[in-house]
Ligand binder design. Sequence first.
Ligand code: SF4
Length: 367
Amino acid sequence: MRYVDEYRDAALVKGVVAEIKRIVTRPWAMMEICGGQTHAIMHYGLDQILPPEIELVHGPGCPVCVTSLELIDKALMIASQPNVIMTSFGDMLRVPGSNGDLFSIRAAGGQVKVVYSPLDAVKIAQQNPDKQVVFFAIGFETTAPANVMSVIQAQNLGIKNYSVLVSHVCVPPAMHAILGSPDNRIQAFLAAGHVCAVMGYWEYPPIALKYHVPIVITGFEPLDLVNGILMAVRQLEAGQVEVQNAYSRVVTYEGNKAAQAMIGRVLQPVDRLWRGIGLIPMSGWGLRPEFKEFDAERRFDVGDIRTQESPLCIAGQVLQGLKKPTQCPAFGIQCTPRTPLGAPMVSTEGACSAYHRYRLVDLEVNQ
Ligand code: SF4
């Protein structure tokens, strides 16, 4: 298949890895921000064919994982109410809140529907005028255009029974938080190609310069990933600090201006709690006052939430790249995809689920 097969060509990937091995002279730790990249690295075993000097550290770019426990609990509270249809992407149904998940609400008789687009949620609202339909709008910059489009469409159609529970987070503030931490050991970033397809990469040069870290915009196929790693290693070995684009077939410096304008019309920067990490100032988006009628947090009384995380889960350290999932004592024992204690074991982009899916056999063999 064009644009896929050539980026999965084993001989080409091995050639790039051979070049990395030829030029690397010392250990380097680099973070892939996106959980989709983490899964691709695990799926194709790229971490196992790279030279031992290259350590890939998994970042917080799994939207399901970083959605705060407070918002999960608010979603559970709203979904439990009569006359509410809660709509969400499938992964969110199994993310544990303080007391259960959306699946358990559905099992108890609540109306919880999986949708593949927020525009489907608007249709459900049209078809059910006697119900309140809520869409759980999570995600990074990537999902924001479709989510805001649903609000604009609901406004244009005069739909009054649709609202969104907004939990948008943004990549650049998370990079600042990681690089500014006293525990930071990241020396280069592989930035998420799909986020940059929307936002461009004009926000990244000040970050690279401030923290003296190379940043390479990287795609998701094996050849994309090893090319991104090679470009980062070249910079590190040469002492250079630049933002480079290894995903130019999709990403431009400016990004998608129309999408950025649409996001800016509906959303504004807000402080955001990241699950397991804490509050990062101005790290997310919330609805602008002009769209407050679509704000599910205002429409439903969900003010007094007391959260309770599993004491065993070290997801915060995993999401900041301080620990690998296999260093969590609960990994594969109390915490499995069937019995997740934390969101990174649930999400298809979560680092813990990637290790469980692609590395558990290796770990068991080596024990
Ligand atoms: S393995 Fe489970 S308990 Fe441990 S950090 Fe990951 S999600 Fe949390």
